[in-house]
Design a protein around this ligand. Sequence first.
Ligand SMILES: Cc1cc2nc3c(=O)[nH]c(=O)nc-3n(C[C@H](O)[C@H](O)[C@H](O)COP(=O)(O)OP(=O)(O)OC[C@H]3O[C@@H](n4cnc5c(N)ncnc54)[C@H](O)[C@@H]3O)c2cc1C
Length: 400
Amino acid sequence: MRDVDVCVVGAGPVGGTLACLLAQSGVRTAIIDRAALAPMEHPAFDGRAYAIAAGSRTVMQQAGVWDRLPSAPGPIREIRVSDGKLGRRASRLFLHFDTRDVDAEAFGWMVEARSLRVALNALMHDLPELQVHAPATAQVTRSEDGAEIALADGEVFKARLVVAADGRGSALRAEAGIRTTSLPYDQVGIVCTIAHNLPHDGVALEHFLPAGPFALLPMAGTSDEPNLSAIVWTERTEMAAHLMRMDDARFAAELVRRLGSYLGAVRIVGQRFSYPLSALLVHRYTAPRLALIGDAAHGIHPIAGQGLNLGFRDIAALAGLVGDAVAAGQDPGGADLLRRYQAARRPDNMAMLAATDGLDRLFSNDNPLVRLARDIGIAAVHRVGPLKRAFMRQAMGASE
Ligand SMILES: Cc1cc2nc3c(=O)[nH]c(=O)nc-3n(C[C@H](O)[C@H](O)[C@H](O)COP(=O)(O)OP(=O)(O)OC[C@H]3O[C@@H](n4cnc5c(N)ncnc54)[C@H](O)[C@@H]3O)c2cc1C
């Protein structure tokens, strides 16, 4: 077993992409996941589709993942935001963002979790600088000088830096005694794919309803299903359980009540998934020889589809620092490097946590005064051209 510069624990989308990026740039890397990787490619494993921002696409390209995606990413060319109740009293006020107004190719690209998984699995096994251990459990012992990783099969190796990419419930974070604050939302995100008769034309829809946001995201079609979209539907916990128990036909009818009829007839494709929602604030991102990234470092409301994008920004920051240190023959897990990583990432992640939390509280609310205030806000943004363009650049900048 070779010693490595970096050992990444957790081969989810964030850990997997970081490991590929590091290995591509010549950093000796190991990745460990407690789960087997091949079953993660099964459609029943994860129904999410990610809205990937421009900056995240660059990270995926540098890691070599983007070109291996088995199905084409679907570009988001327009975003329509509306606020209102269901039925006739629905507010007609909406914000309309169009890439033509900011001369950009797309606001982002829809990539299925499964597609990313297929690409990562293939790439991880192709990189000579990357050792892959999955399924495997590891005992990680960190000291000021380095870390020792003992796999359950008796193999032992050393690393200069350990990266915790082991998700929301990170065991490495807990072992390091890093405190967290969790913010429950009493909301559940229901995720599924729909096929529809009429084309979406690259338009994403965010409809703010009193129980939470309802989003439709345009996906690339297939030869069998030319018109496909991803749904992220936030509901109160009890109602979500009720919706999840419905058969597909009743569920589709409820969905059309929220969506309207502009896509024609709608059919549910594949399985429905539900994810309880909460925000997670992690008090520190580092401990000696340890850096936290992705959902191990932060958890946010999916209202703006930014969780994975934050993880990709963590990857860019950490891979940059580690790559430079290794190229210069310096320590890639030293205290100064870890300090710089935390300084680079924590403010951005905390700002996004605060913004998504505020948006959810502002919009998942049926108080008439709050409604009036936000409708005036939406109308003002819509009318004032420079303000609207600033919003769009911010949305895309948030992605860079
Ligand atoms: C409804 C919903 C919709 C979303 N939509 C979007 C979106 O449109 N855009 C976006 O950017 N983000 C979105 N997100 C957020 C995004 O899904 C997450 O941020 C992302 O999946 C986090 O990836 P990760 O690799 O950090 O963690 P995870 O995906 O949780 O991966 C963790 C990995 O670590 C492994 N692991 C765990 N414990 C151990 C251990 N002890 N030892 C070894 N391995 C371990 C696990 O097996 C797993 O493979 C959404 C989230 C939800 C809930």
